[in-house]
Write a protein that binds this ligand. Structure first.
Ligand code: ADP
Length: 584
């Protein structure tokens, strides 16, 4: 059983002291800021030498000094810690970051981690900002950086409208690949708000985008996965060998069944789900469906003047979305989210307190928006778009004061111009700007799922806004409308250099999780610091689902080395209590 005392330099403050003590002398470089739990410095040295023999010396970086923590921008993200840290910056941190060169290296690394009982945290790019970035749940784990070398588009199939990708392919890469190969007139990628993350990481974490293909997990098809014991599987139709495959090639290089990316389910139990938000496998290839270029596109913005409009807007949205008149994943944004993209808080006010309704209305007026602002798009040839727009416009016109815009009506509206790109699958990083609402801005998401209903939306808005203000923060949020539900994304911006701001942010999210559970609301995804708490809210029938998850975890990963604690699933080899996230 691994206890925190086994972590050399364990406890939230001592790693810093250890870091200062070791400095950066050449010999001390081999000592990480944090060792893996239960692993001595000597054993760690042997482990990293063995890892270097597998992946090459240059692909093993020991996180031994604070220089490694200085990568704090989305464009140059940290690969070893949570750069938007709500705890101390060296709490969620890896002992070493290892970059496998291909599937066999990943398999060998899993075998090595099993041999040494060293926990390993895989990531693709590490731009999972707001949810922990590249950082591991267990301090001192090995970070396995899959994206650096495994970064190929393996296939683009135009007839089947899909891509087969390695972990290092970002949304931006995939889009550029289509453009470079003159395929953009045929195929579009669905992209999230920020285009720098990996398609695989975002998809298996069940991230969303905004075209009709916005549910990324729904649109994935077929995976190749390294299991915790180092074995390799292909899911769905990938389990059926291609009779033309060259048997002399290693399995990961063999041609797959031609329907691998066309039919998700294969035969027998459908395994893919256990590799999503999970600690049961490392995804080394994944198929994703691309959207056929619809042959016409028009984005739009509808603004609504009053806070109280929220109820009616959601009631109008529901039948349109279920009926697919709203073809894409529309977003209903609170005005402060757009305001924060256009400028920081100081550019609007001297107030350091949460903004009042009057102040928010002034800002809305200044930037020419409503209190709530709906971004959507129409797809298809002109007659189809015109017909859809007629229904959309008529439906929302029932809300007094609703105004309708196309991008050309507001050339200076940065958000509208960016959404115009995003909703047709062109990635950007403009939305990063709202993180600068406060100095040293960092963010955490609170993301409960809601019914598409006026009552639910208003109740969630009231609860989250009241709590945000109680803890001294502005409410910044958006409702992202899926096929039958909404992801209500509350974007909490805090000052990561101000311990008080961090403390309040930490407490606020923890409070909201409890508030949400009391109302029957659960979150779809979360930051490392809240995984245990949220997992504990999904506790139907005496935690029956967690018991199942633990059973599967212990069966597939008896040593518990792959991402222990991810999404609250702790293997039997770890004492979860000992890894409880501290409150300052
Ligand atoms: P992004 O690609 O958006 O930058 P990350 O690479 O940070 O996102 O991945 C987010 C999380 O998803 C990781 O912390 C890890 O838990 C999981 N993950 C990412 N890529 C893989 C993968 N290839 N195999 C298994 N888990 C992964």
């Amino acid at each position: 059983m691994k206890q925190p005392e086994d972590i050399v330099g364990g406890g939230p403050t001592s790693p810093l002291a250890f870091r200062q003590a070791v400095g950066s002398s050449p010999q001390a470089r081999a000592n990480p800021i944090r060792l893996p739990p239960g692993i001595s410095a000597e054993v760690f040295q042997t482990f990293t030498q063995r890892a270097a023999a597998i992946c090459g010396d240059e692909n093993v970086v020991i996180i031994s000094n604070s220089d490694e923590l200085n990568h704090e921008s989305y464009l140059d993200p940290s690969k070893c810690h949570d750069m938007y840290h709500v705890l101390e910056d060296d709490y969620f941190i890896s002992s070493a970051v290892i970059t496998p060169r291909g599937v066999p290296d990943v398999q060998d690394m899993m075998r090595l981690c099993n041999e040494f009982s060293v926990p390993v945290w895989p990531f693709s790019i590490g731009r999972n900002v707001g949810y922990g970035g590249a950082a591991p749940r267990v301090p001192g784990s090995i970070g396995l950086d899959l994206g650096k070398h495994m970064n190929k588009v393996l296939d683009i199939n135009v007839d089947g409208a899909f891509a087969l990708l390695e972990p290092g392919i970002t949304f931006l890469d995939l889009h550029e690949h289509l453009v470079k190969n003159n395929l953009r007139d045929k195929l579009w990628v669905d992209v999230p708000d920020l285009g720098g993350g990996s398609v695989i990481g975002n998809t298996i974490e069940r991230g969303v985008g905004y075209t009709p293909y916005g549910d990324h997990w729904m649109m994935h098809c077929g995976m190749e996965v390294v299991l915790p014991d180092g074995s390799l599987i292909r899911t769905g139709m990938g389990a059926l060998p291609n009779p033309k495959a060259d048997p002399s090639r290693p399995p990961h290089e063999q041609d797959a069944c031609e329907t691998w990316q066309l039919f998700n389910y294969g035969f027998g139990p459908y395994n893919d789900g256990i590799f999503s938000q999970s600690s049961l496998g490392i995804v080394v290839k994944m198929g994703i469906w691309l959207m056929a270029n619809p042959g016409g596109y028009q984005s739009y913005l509808i603004t609504f003047p009053k806070d109280e409009d929220l109820h009616q807007i959601l009631e109008v949205i529901r039948p349109l979305r279920v009926g697919m008149v709203l073809q894409n994943v529309p977003t209903l944004r609170h005005v402060l989210l757009d305001a924060a993209v256009h400028g920081n808080k100081k550019s609007y006010t001297d107030s350091t307190k949460p903004l009042t309704d009057v102040e928010i209305d002034e800002i809305a007026k200044k930037i020419g928006l409503g209190r709530w602002n709906l971004h959507g798009a129409l797809y298809g040839p002109a007659p189809i778009r015109d017909a859809m727009w007629g229904v959309v416009k008529q439906s929302f016109s029932s809300i007094p004061g609703a105004k309708f815009y196309f991008p050309e009506d507001m050339p200076d509206n940065l958000v509208l111009q960016t959404r115009h790109l995003t909703l047709q699958g062109i990635p950007s990083t403009t939305e990063l700007k709202w993180v600068d609402w406060l100095d040293n801005g960092a963010h955490l998401f609170f993301s409960p799922i809601s019914k598409v209903s006026g009552d639910d939306g208003v109740a969630q808005y009231k609860m989250t806004r009241t709590r945000c203000e109680e803890f001294g923060f502005d409410f910044i949020g958006t409702f992202v409308v899926g096929m039958r539900e909404m992801h209500h994304i509350v974007c909490l911006v805090f000052d990561r250099k101000d311990p008080d701001s961090r403390r309040r942010a930490h407490k606020l999210i923890a409070t909201l999780i409890d508030d949400g559970a009391k109302n029957g609301w659960g979150e779809y995804r979360t930051h490392l610091a809240y995984m245990d708490q949220i997992a504990a809210t999904y506790n139907f029938n005496d935690n029956a689902q967690m018991k199942l998850n633990e059973k599967i975890k212990n069966a597939l990963d008896p040593k518990g080395i792959l991402a222990p604690g991810k999404n609250g699933v702790w293997p039997k080899t770890f004492d979860a209590e000992s890894f409880k996230v501290p409150f300052q």
